[in-house]
Every structure is written in structure tokens, then in C-alpha cells.
Design a protein around this ligand. Sequence first.
Ligand code: GDP
Ligand code: MN
Length: 394
Amino acid sequence: MKIHEFQAKELLRKAGVPTPRNIVASNPTEASVAFTTLASKLAVVKAQIHAGGRGKGTVIDNPQQRGVQLVRSADEAAKVAGNLLGKKLVTIQTGTAGQTVGRVLVEEGCDIARELYLGIVLDRSASKPVLMVSPAGGMDIEKVAHDTPELIYKEHFDPGVGLFSYQARKLAWRLGLKGPPVRAAEKFMKALCKAYVQYDCSLMEINPLVVTGAGELIALDAKMTFDDNAMFRHEDILGYRDLAEEDPLEVRAATAGLNYVKLDGNIGCLVNGAGLAMSTMDIIKLHGGEPANFLDVGGGANTEQVTEAFRILLSDKNVKAVLVNIFGGIMKCTTIASAILAAYKLVGFNVPLVVRLEGTEVDEGRKLLATSGVNIIAATDLTDAAKKVVASCA
Ligand code: GDP
Ligand code: MN
């Protein structure tokens, strides 16, 4: 799960990480009031979307307007907010369609001496989180990672123990910090690593982490992504969820208890079990097709879920054929066959449907489909199913 910058900053502030003072605004008037309330000569208006690259991003139909802009008066804050709110911002991370800006963050300006990079991700091969820093922070960090990866320094830490002081000092030295900022960096990094573990993050990124003219360290930008499987123990964070930022089909699927991920191909897949869904996608590709999605209806799918699954699959305009691949383990093939028939009638199919059933009560299940009068292409095994579905949309 992703959250907005202003929400990440709220969490970081609670964790003892210094952030600038700021106020969220949903309309130009609020942005104007926010500027006055902050009482800072310089402020920054920042589009809140679940994507980075806003500083270089541009508003559709108004390319002069970037996603992050400095402002010097309440009127200017209102004007920039008006240019951003309700408009689509396109950044390197949004795709060409862009993402609609629902809120802006008005933040006090900051005297930037240096822009550093700091990020934490889970390093699966080391089975530990890793803290990465770079002296070359700011808006070109992707270029740094690509062209000069030696400028990114890493320290792994144990989630139970946290980052050691010596590790923080080592990284502070790599960042070229000297004197009091080293202490500040040590505190900053330790607090960040602790928050990463405490909040069950999968990613945390502070870019830029600024060193001010006075030698203070401040998180000027903040990104946090969470492990969905841990959200049950973070109700406060769940409250931050912004469905407007998520793929509408994925939201619908999650509501129906389906595991759905949209992909770019044209063969819709409806499968029970994540492993079977993966192998179904593999075998479709092996026979020259491209899956349009990953969809696991789970072990105990009912008619409502299968119906909703078909609706979701078919609302994807790219889908030219559907493959249903069910292994009846706990579930009986007769149950799923009835559900398919019921759903088929409710949803109304306009593309070929290939069905492969195997397992408990398979003969009865196949018979139900064969005698239903519904136009279904029956397959005997996985290879047969893949070949038939690829051929049906060729
Ligand atoms: P991103 O492009 O989505 O990562 O947005 P950021 O929050 O990182 O902002 C982009 C850039 O705007 C930063 O790298 C800074 O250079 C600049 N910026 C952001 N806040 C301030 C600020 O308070 N003062 C000044 N002078 N620049 C800022
Ligand atoms: Mn940034």
C-alpha cells in the first residue's frame, strides 16, 4: 500500500524525524490561508499523488506548471494550487495519462545547502533491510543509480536490533558530513530505520534529505510503501488509504476477495490458487499468448465471486478470450461449473471462453458444461487449454 507525502511526513514526525512545517489544502482558498498561517516568506506548493518525479512533472494542457513550485505570496500559493488541483500531472512514474491531483501540500520554504538521498528497502537476498545513501540526492537520483552506482552507499541492518551507531557514522562520512551534522545524521538514520520496521514498510525514501545553511538535517520529501500483509496491525495507516490513486479494477477485485493484477496481454485468466495462476500465465506465454491479468479466485470461490471475476476480466477492453483453469481440490468441479454457467448468463460473454477442469467430481462438472448449451470450448489438460485459448484470439 502506498500513501501520500504529507501522510508519510506525519508518520515520520511521530517517529522523531525532522520535517518542514506544512498544511494540506484541497482548494485555492485553503492554500492561500495555509501560506499566511505558515508565515514564511517562501513556501512550496506540492501536488500530492502516489508517484514521484513531481518536481519535473508537468500538468496536462499546461506544461509550464510543474508538480512542485516555490511561491512567495498567499495569492501565488492560491494560483499554483488552482493550476494543480483537479488537473492531471504527468511524471516519469505516472504514465502518459497522468494522475489527478486531489490535494496539495503547502510547506514552509527551506534554506537548502545540500540535497542528499536516503532510502530503505528489503534486500531479499540478504534477508534484511538495507539503508542506502548518496551524496548526489535530488531529482536525478535514477541517473546516479544508473551512471555512477558507486556513489550509492549501503548498510544492512537487523530488524530486531536496528542500525548501529558506527554504521550511521560510516554513512554520514560517506555523505561528506562533518561536525554537528554527523550527530544529526546518526539520529536521523536510526529513527528512520526504526520507523521502517515499526510500520512494516516495504520501501522508505527521503529524497532529498537536505542539509540546511544552519547545518540541520530535514526530510524535504518522503515516500513510504507498506507490506499489504501487515496492514491488519496498522489501522491508523489503513486510514491513509486513498482509493482514488489505485487501479479501479484492482480495488473492485480486492473488495470481492479476489487477488487480481492487471497486465498488458489479451487473454483473461480465471484460476483458483496463486501457484496455478502463475503456471497458467507461463503456459499461455509458452504457446505464444499474452495474459491480460493474474486472477486467483481462491480455494472456496462462490457464484458471486466468479461473476464479479468475469465482470472485471471483461471490463478490460484488451481481453479477446478468457481461459478458466480450475483444479477442484477442496472445491468440487460441479460447484465451479455451475458458478461459471450462472455467471456466463449474468455477465453476457462476447469473447471465446475456454474451460479446463480437473479434480473432484470432474466428470460431472464437464458434463454440466457440455450439456448446458452455452458456447464453451472445453479443454482436456493445461497444454490443450493454452493452445485453444491462444488459437481463439489469433
Ligand atoms: P519529487 O520530484 O516528486 O521527488 O518532489 P520533491 O519533494 O523531491 O521536490 C522536488 C524538488 O523541489 C526538490 O528536489 C527540491 O530541489 C525542490 N524543493 C522542494 N521543497 C523545497 C523547499 O522547501 N525549498 C526549495 N528551495 N526547494 C524545494
Ligand atoms: Mn523527491
